[in-house]
Structures are given as C-alpha cells and as structure tokens.
Design a protein around this ligand. Structure first.
Ligand SMILES: [Zn+2]
Length: 457
C-alpha cells in the first residue's frame, strides 16, 4: 500500500487523459503534489494508504482549468468602461491611463481579486497577458494564494513619440526581462516570470527576436496580443508590407514557444503559417463579444482547428474570470454563425480548457489532465445543484449547463485551495472590501466619468 496525502473517492471523473476516460465511480490519490493513482474507486482504494479521505459521491471531478490569457490588473475596472467605444479610443483613452493610474498596492489587490475569482471557478493555472506594471508587488501578492501562474511585465518597446530613443526603449525592455526572470525564475515554483510581450504593433523586430532567443534557450514561453481588430493587420501592411503573422514568420519567431492571442483578423495564408510552425492561438470569446471583434463573422477558428492549430481559451480583461462560459461560447458561436452543429463539440471545448491550454504553456502531461504523474490539480463540481440534475453526458453538462459557480473544491499541487466554495488561502471578505475601496480610488483619481445610461440615484 502506497502512503498518500489525500484520496478523493466516489466522484465521476472526467479525466482528460490520453484515452479521455470518464469513470463513473472514480478516485484520485495525491501525494507530494502529484497524482499517484487514478481509476475506479475500488481499484485505487486497494493500492493506497491515505492520510485523508474525501468522499466525493455526488461530485464530478475534472482537472484544473488553464486560463491561457488573463489580465490580472484590470479587475478593479470591471464594467467601468462604456461599452460603445472604438477599439483604439477604449485602449488609449481609458484602459492604458487607468492601468497606469493604479498604485502598486492597488495592482496587487486587483491581481488577488482575479486569482480569487479564478480559483473559485476551477482555474488552477493561468498565463497572464504580460501587462503588469508593478511587477514585483503583484508577484509577491500572488505568492501564497496557491494558484499556478506565469506572469510578465508590461512590455512595449516601439518608439511612437517623436524624440523616443528606439535603442534605449528596446534595451530597457530586455533589462526588465533579465531582472524579472532572475527574480522569479521558472524553477518549479508556482508563480514565475516569462518574457511576455504586449504585442499588437508595440514590439520591435529586435525585441521579438531577443525574447524568442531567451524563450528557446531557457525553455520558457512567449505570448502576445495580435489582430483582435483590423487595426493590427492594417498597421503591419502599411508599415511592413506584410500581414502580421507573415512578418513574425519572416523574423523567425513563430513556433511552439509562442501563443498569439485573439487572432480574429487573419487570412488563410496566416492560418497555414500558424499550423506549419506549431504556434498556439488563444481565443477569448468574452472579449470578442464585448469588444465587437467580429470573431464569428471574420474569424477563421474552425479553419485553424481543421489545420491542426492548437487553440486554447482565455478570459482576457477584468469582467469575468470564470473560464467555463468561454467554453460554452466556443462550443456555440460557430455552430450558430456557420449553421453547422458539428463545429467545436463540447468535448473539444473541454480540451481547450485543459489539455490545449497545457500544451500552449509547455506543460502538456503536467497539468490539464487527471493522469498518474501529473500535478495534483483537481476540481470537484457539485452535481447536486439544479443545473447538474439530471446528469447524462458530463462533457455536455460541463459546457452547456454548468459554470464555475458549481465549483465546490479545488486542489493545486495537492493543496486544497477551495473548500466548500470558500478560499483557504485568501481572506475573501477582507479582499472584497479592499477591492471596492481601491476601485473607487482608482476611478476617482482618473477623472474619467462613469457613463451610465440610467440615472443613478
Ligand atoms: Zn488581453
């Protein structure tokens, strides 16, 4: 009998293992942060001597979800920005000034609120958007929350203003990478730095190539925003004569180390370059809907999937950190827009939440699966809730009926971070009070108006 820390038994397991087994009465044994046994409850019970047994009858267990693109420090701006803003005006007159108007303490509070919202809805690993300004304050604030994440400093090096010293901007960005990668190395700790880029048109060829060299040498990953709106392809065509993915291909920076985020306005030649190079794509359907990106009318996501491009999902900005509704949108938007119910079945949407996100982060086999040897990241969904009853097909139920509010318990690396819906690592009431105060301070200092259509009495 193998001694283990925790045995979760009696759950319906949606394993996301290589065979995609679903086990009606299953168990997961965890020891030293890893899954050491998984299978039918009786078989696992015969093999292990647990210190703690969790009776999970009435629960559906999945791997922890992987949010492959999330902004941690937009959380305090949740639903403050008007809906009807052109992309550039929203970014330049609202989002960026508000970002820069946070104190380090406010950024830390915003990030902890994002992490709390992710953990409580089953996300155990995230890839941040490369938009942290108070990098160290945020990194320190995330330590101890128990979530796994890869984070990056706000990195835009292209000289736009007259008088900007291009070489100095790029050098400063590279220096910042070196500082952050040394301070928060990806050495097995839960929170680590990667050389992430803001992307769009804000990064130079020199920085793209230098960041890529760093990622390849040190087995790290890069992510960057690209082509949510027509502005990116228009800028690249006007300034380089090439579409964005072609420009990146000619720089030699496409590949398995790279995730490009949004990728709505691409053409067929770019889809082929993504597929050939093994570059990952992260779609953020919630952002596309709110931002009017035209993903369903202009996007080539079904074509990307058919070409073999690995697609993962992200929640993007601060409005919602529950990743499960993104899976529902992914499963449904193209069924509707293309009139084809065979597009993106629930199973494929669940792969995007788990194994595809793991691949995009270079953690395939380590996370996103309930398999022996994987990190012990486990979510129990309470199948006694009304949206879970009756339960016929758990894959469809997870995508079409459930959401993160049904998450009851979460383990990351074998540590229980959510228990009966409450976070064990964050004082929730204190954080929510801090977040409300901090949000009011940020928006009042900004001078930007709350534009409500209705009178607020
Ligand atoms: Zn983003």
């Amino acid at each position: 009998m193998q001694p283990v820390n925790t045995l979760v038994t009696g759950a319906m397991l949606v394993t996301m293992d290589a065979q995609r087994r679903v086990i009606r009465d299953g168990a997961v044994a965890m020891a030293e942060g890893r899954i050491v046994a998984v299978g039918p409850s009786a078989e696992v019970a015969a093999k292990v001597a647990p210190r703690e047994v969790i009776d999970a009858h009435g629960f559906v267990a999945t791997p922890g979800f992987v949010n492959a693109h999330v902004h941690l420090t937009e959380t305090l701006l949740r639903n403050f920005l008007p809906e009807a803003l052109p992309f550039d005006e929203g970014l330049n007159q609202w989002v960026i000034p508000l970002y820069q108007g946070h104190t380090p303490e406010e950024q830390a509070i915003a990030a902890r609120l994002a992490v709390l919202a992710m953990l409580k809805t089953g996300t155990t690993t995230f890839l941040e958007a490369g938009t942290l300004i108070a990098f160290d304050a945020v990194a320190q604030a995330l330590e101890g929350t128990g979530i796994r994440g890869r984070i990056g400093r706000w990195c835009m090096d292209r000289a736009f203003a007259p008088g900007d010293d291009q070489a100095a901007l790029t050098r400063a960005a590279l220096d910042a990478f070196e500082t952050d990668l040394a301070a928060w190395p990806d050495d097995g700790r839960l929170i680590a730095a990667w050389p992430l880029l803001v992307g769009h048109m804000t990064n130079t060829a020199e920085l793209w190539q230098a960041a890529t060299a760093i990622a390849r040498e040190r087995s790290l990953r890069i992510a960057a925003h690209m082509a949510p709106a027509v502005g990116d392809p228009e800028w690249y065509l006007a300034n380089t004569g090439k579409r964005p993915v072609q420009w990146l291909a000619d720089l030699g920076v496409l590949g398995d180390h790279l995730s490009l985020v949004h990728m709505v306005h691409v053409d067929a030649s770019e889809v082929a370059l993504l597929a050939q190079s093994g570059t990952h794509v992260v779609h953020c359907p919630e952002a596309s809907l709110k931002g009017g990106y035209q993903a369903t009318t202009r996007g080539l996501f079904p074509e990307m999937a058919a070409a073999g491009v690995n697609i993962a999902l992200g929640t993007d900005g601060g409005d919602r950190h529950d990743l499960m509704p993104s899976a529902r949108l992914m499963a449904g938007l193209w069924k509707d827009s293309r009139g084809d119910t065979a597009l993106f079945p629930a199973e494929s949407a669940l792969e995007m939440l788990t194994v595809n996100g793991a691949r995009a982060m270079g953690l395939e086999g380590q996370i996103g699966t309930l398999s022996v040897g994987a990190r012990a990241d486990l979510v129990l969904h309470d199948a006694r809730r009304p949206e879970w009853v009756p339960l016929h097909n758990p894959a469809q139920q997870l995508v079409w009926s459930a959401d993160g509010r049904g998450v009851h318990s979460v383990w990351v690396d074998g540590k229980r971070v959510i228990e009966a819906g409450r976070c064990t690592t964050i004082d929730e009431d204190l954080l929510l009070a801090q977040a409300q105060d901090a949000a009011q301070a940020v928006v009042s200092r900004s001078g930007l108006p709350l534009r409500m259509a209705w009178p607020l009495l």
